[in-house]
Design a protein around this ligand. Structure first.
Ligand SMILES: [Fe+2]
Ligand SMILES: [Fe+2]
Length: 154
């Protein structure tokens, strides 16, 4: 029987980051958060690969597609969070909605900037996305965990 294989350094890194996402108490949202982290890490790999060579038009289209996927996924997730907050009368809804909106706008600006095909822009985007995701989930989203738990939502 073959010995169990160790996870690759890349998989181990992904698993470690995934564990650093706080449990926000709503399983569908936890799942969304893990998927968003996965999409952002895919974006990281893409940008790292592009930084090592001169990107082709096809490479740049992959970057555009990855950003479009992320922004669509994020918007859907944000709507789901806001709907649940609205349904249960979460007092922090407006503040939370503003933070989502700021992210959507920032991402739209980045998508335009990426059209200049400057690799340095994509490196900025790469760092921004991961930083934003962790700060937003672990601080802002975490604020609703207790509230929904008390409402019996899981
Ligand atoms: Fe979230
Ligand atoms: Fe959120």
């Amino acid at each position: 029987m073959a010995a169990p294989q160790d996870p690759s350094p890349n998989e181990a890194f992904r698993a470690r980051l995934s564990r650093e996402l706080r449990d926000v108490g709503v399983s569908a949202f936890n799942q969304d958060h893990r998927s968003m982290l996965g999409a952002i890490l895919n974006f990281h790999e893409l940008v790292e690969n592009l930084s090592r060579r001169r990107p082709s038009n096809t490479d740049w289209r992959q970057v555009d597609d990855a950003m479009e996927h992320l922004s669509t996924y994020a918007s859907t997730h944000f709507k789901a969070e806001e709907s649940l907050m609205s349904l249960h009368g979460f007092p922090g809804l407006e503040e939370h909605r503003r933070e989502h909106e700021a992210f959507v706008q920032r991402l739209a600006v980045f998508r335009q900037e990426v059209r200049t095909r400057n690799i340095l822009v994509t490196v900025d985007v790469k760092f921004f996305l991961l930083e934003w995701l962790f700060t937003h989930i672990n601080q802002m989203d975490y604020k609703y965990a207790d509230f929904f738990r008390r409402k019996g939502v899981s």
